[in-house]
Design a protein around this ligand. Structure first.
Ligand SMILES: [Zn+2]
Length: 172
């Protein structure tokens, strides 16, 4: 029965047990529901090496009701961009992005794999026109979203998610 109306900033109650193994952050980005085992690829895509000085927490192969297993990444003091989200979609199509400000979820986004992927990755076929003619961007239609599978619009070659992960890890 206290009438005191003091506004204090404290972290909100802990989320569902077993959902988040790592601590809440004050500000930054939480990438949840990453395809299990692909969090390192996501870090590569974001250009995060660990040498930037930001606090990064990674949980791998955590139990998930929705996915069975998942990875989680928390990047403190950095909000990821829409362009980065598009790239992450290729290796973590079910990921959710939470932008955190002052311990609270400021924006929540679910990744959506678009119908077409233009640029971003190369075609797996070395003799594809997109790998040989300057100025022709790679162009894929998405034939499966989980795992992401792409078909080249030019040569029809299928690129698997494993190939995309490898490629994106190699060229952040
Ligand atoms: Zn091609």
């Amino acid at each position: 029965m206290s009438s005191k109306k003091k506004k204090s900033v404290k972290p909100p109650a802990e989320e569902k047990p077993n959902e988040l193994r790592v601590q809440k952050i004050k500000a930054g980005t939480v990438i949840d529901h990453i395809t299990a085992g692909n969090s390192l690829a996501v870090l590569q895509i974001l250009g995060i090496t660990g040498r930037e000085g930001d606090v990064i927490s990674i949980a791998m192969n955590v139990h998930s009701k929705r996915l069975g297993k998942k990875d989680i990444i928390k990047v403190e003091s950095r909000e990821i961009t829409a362009d980065e989200i598009n790239r992450i979609a290729l290796v973590a199509p079910k990921a959710t992005i939470n932008i955190i400000r002052n311990y609270k979820i400021h924006t929540k986004m679910r990744i959506e794999v678009p119908d077409e992927i233009i640029g971003i990755v190369r075609c797996e076929n070395p003799s594809c026109i997109t790998n040989n003619e300057r100025g022709i961007k790679s162009h894929f239609s998405v034939v499966d979203r989980s795992p992401v599978t792409l078909r080249c619009t030019y040569c029809k070659r299928i690129s698997s998610q494993d190939y995309l992960v490898e490629q994106l890890q190699g060229s952040p």
